[in-house]
Design a protein around this ligand. Structure first.
Ligand code: SAM
Length: 240
């Protein structure tokens, strides 16, 4: 609220998000492949391609979870660069860190809330948040923090579920609310978490709304790229 207090609903949401990711962490990667038919790999590859990250870049992966993006960036930035894997959830972060270590990458991992990033101003060349923003209680606060830690000329990439092309909405709703919770039940024995995830996608801002939110905190040249008919969109904006 504008008094700086968390409402009961906000606290409830944060607790729900923590429960969901505690519950799904161990099977998260498998579920991602199942639910998206492997397509999340292509969406992430596109994100990396648009990131401008190269040897020597400093990259912050917010809500990085099991570390798909961090791993790809770690391969790119080389020894002179820096990649930070961060997440609010310890179970997800631990999996991410272990996965990267198994592949031979020692990436620093920090457990932190995107709304209070423990990094100095103007530090990173690129900040990414993939499928994380919709879980955040104060999206504007989180976006402002990402803006703060970017250096002038740096860019933010937000990969997130978005508003699907209207004619496909009924099919997509059926898939989200009927199919996904059932697959979730089979794989993780937890249909509630996946029902929550589907619901969080439905209430997430549209492509245009998110673009506006990024502009409101100061991002410039904001554009978005729809993928899979708007099931997912990549937003990119710059700090100048
Ligand atoms: N980025 C990874 C990927 O694309 O596979 C993980 C995405 S996962 C769907 C969402 C992640 O957002 C979870 O690991 C969750 O813990 C994290 N998260 C939720 N709220 C957060 C917050 N306020 N700050 C940081 N991370 C948060």
């Amino acid at each position: 609220t504008h008094f700086g207090f968390e409402t009961v609903a906000e606290q409830e949401k944060a607790r729900r998000v923590a429960d969901v990711f505690d519950s799904v962490a161990s099977r998260y990667d498998l579920m991602n492949d199942l639910m998206s038919g492997g397509m999340h790999r292509l969406w992430k590859a596109f994100t990396i391609q648009r990131s401008g990250v190269r040897e020597g870049s400093r990259v912050l992966d917010v809500a990085g979870g099991t570390g798909d993006l961090s791993l790809a960036f770690a391969k790119r930035v080389g020894k002179s660069g820096e990649v930070w894997l961060t997440d609010i959830n310890n179970a997800m972060l631990a999996r991410g860190r272990d996965r990267l270590l198994d592949k031979g990458y020692m990436v620093p991992a920090a457990q932190c809330d995107a709304e209070k990033l423990p990094f100095p101003d103007d530090y990173f060349d690129c900040v990414t948040v993939a499928f994380g923003l919709r879980n955040m209680t104060h999206k504007d606060g989180a976006l402002a923090e990402m803006y703060r830690v970017l250096r002038p000329g740096g860019r933010l990439l937000v990969l997130e579920f978005s508003k699907v092309w209207k004619p496909l909405a009924p099919v997509y709703d059926f898939y989200s609310f009927q199919v996904i919770p059932r697959v979730g039940k089979l794989v993780t024995n937890d249909s509630d978490s996946y029902r929550y995830l589907s619901e969080s996608i439905r209430v997430h801002p549209s492509q245009e709304e998110l673009k506006g939110m990024m502009e409101d905190v100061g991002f410039e040249k904001v554009e978005f790229f729809n993928m899979a008919f708007g099931v997912v969109a990549l937003h990119r904006g710059y700090k100048f």
